[in-house]
Design a protein around this ligand. Structure first.
Ligand SMILES: *Cc1c(COP(=O)(O)O)cnc(C)c1O
Length: 385
């Protein structure tokens, strides 16, 4: 039984439901951000972040900074690329558009590789695109939260190393870290940007970025200074290194209570990282089978390009999200409406990540599937469909 006040179950693609222990870590008494107790917890949290990314490379570097996932884009755009340099954005939806806008804000020359909604670029297409110009970096959204499309991070990274070895591989993993497999060292990635509140299962407020030795080197050998102060790698690097060595250090105050919560959830997650991915895959398969059974089509058309922590599904012809979401809410379940502008009125999104997947006692996913079936039937009847 949850110790939390009774509430509707939040099954959107982030923020997600919390484990009691994670939430309770936030009620920690006040402590100095440079006192030994907190320094130890922050240092361990950085080490746990390496485990989350299955990384043992001594040159790789995690960053944990107060902010949301978006801050990670600013960190990439202001440290790893300079004004006038080229960036290739493999765009699979809303978050590709936004990452591109962020890169442009700092003066990068952005090329979007777009595909029809629900699809992703093939490796042949990415290879052709990479041969057009020298790209300083390529970005891909591991799971685009607006479409539920899963990118082939491992395949693209391998390709980049073969065709354009100097290009940095940047992954927006805000909706994937904690629910999709990522082997940071083995796949030879340069930066994975994520946030606390999605599959990691911590309250919102932390930007988490894993960087490679190659990326840190690029940030150190820039011709121009970093184009952000708060998001400067040069400003944060010594702080992160010191904390991980259990030495106090200050650039800007960390949100101490949130770091406690992250420490708790990462301790839980890293107890069995492959097991966690397998659980998310198993539950996702079940959700996708149930959705197909209801006659609903997913936005992500091909199974290999479907996320395992969320499902974006088209509603039956004639129904829009406001016809269905209140019926779900009445049954205690919260899904998200559409986000991709071109199809926003035609689909809904079901987030199945974190404790809703890993704690079967909660029964969140089965409950949601029953609620979906009933809410759809009710909406169809109301519309005479
Ligand atoms: C949610 C999300 C973001 C933005 O994260 P915020 O924490 O809202 O700033 C970026 N990319 C993806 C893929 C996301 O799902």
């Amino acid at each position: 039984m949850s110790a939390q006040a009774p509430h509707n179950t939040l099954l959107i693609p982030g923020p997600i439901e919390f484990d009691d222990a994670v939430l309770q870590s936030m009620s920690h008494y006040a402590e100095s951000h440079v006192a030994p107790g907190f320094v130890k917890v922050f240092g361990e949290t950085l080490t746990l972040t390496r485990k989350l990314f299955q990384s043992t490379s001594p040159t790789a570097q995690p960053f944990i900074i107060a902010g949301s996932g978006t801050l990670g884009w600013d960190l990439v755009a202001s440290n790893l690329i300079e004004r006038g340099e080229n960036a290739l954005v493999l765009n699979t939806g809303y978050f590709g558009d936004s990452f591109g806008q962020c890169l442009e804000t700092y003066g990068a020359n952005v090329t979007h590789f777009t595909t029809p909604i629900g699809e992703r670029a093939s490796l042949e297409e990415v290879e052709q695109a990479l041969k057009q110009k020298p790209y300083k970096l390529i970005t891909l959204t591991h799971v685009d939260t607006s479409t539920g499309v899963l990118s082939d991070v491992k395949g693209v990274a391998q390709l980049v190393r073969r065709v354009s070895p100097e290009t940095l591989v940047i992954v927006d993993g805000v909706c994937s870290v904690g629910s999709e497999e990522i082997a940071f060292d083995e796949w030879d990635l340069d930066a994975v940007v994520t946030a606390s509140q999605k599959a990691i299962g911590c309250p919102p407020g932390l930007s988490i970025v894993m960087t490679s030795g190659r990326a840190i080197q690029v940030s150190k050998t820039r011709k121009t200074p970093p184009s952000s102060y708060y998001a400067s790698i040069a400003n944060w690097l010594p702080i992160m290194v010191n904390y991980e060595n259990h030495k106090p250090s200050y650039f800007a105050t960390p949100p101490t209570q949130l770091v406690h919560a992250l420490h708790t959830t990462l301790t839980q997650i890293t107890a069995d990282v492959p097991g966690r991915f397998a659980q998310h895959t198993q539950v996702s398969d079940k959700v996708k089978a149930a959705v197909a059974e209801l006659g609903l089509k997913q936005i992500a058309s091909r199974p290999e390009a479907q996320a395992h922590g969320m499902t974006a599904m088209y509603l039956p012809e004639g129904l829009t999200p406001p016809d269905v979401l209140p019926g779900l809410l009445k049954r205690g379940v919260i899904f998200a409406a559409g986000l991709h502008k071109a199809i926003a009125t035609k689909y809904i999104r079901f987030g199945h990540m974190g404790v809703s997947v890993t704690d079967p006692k909660r029964n969140d996913v089965d409950h949601a599937l029953v609620a979906l079936k009933e809410a759809l039937a009710e909406a169809k009847q109301a519309k005479g469909l």
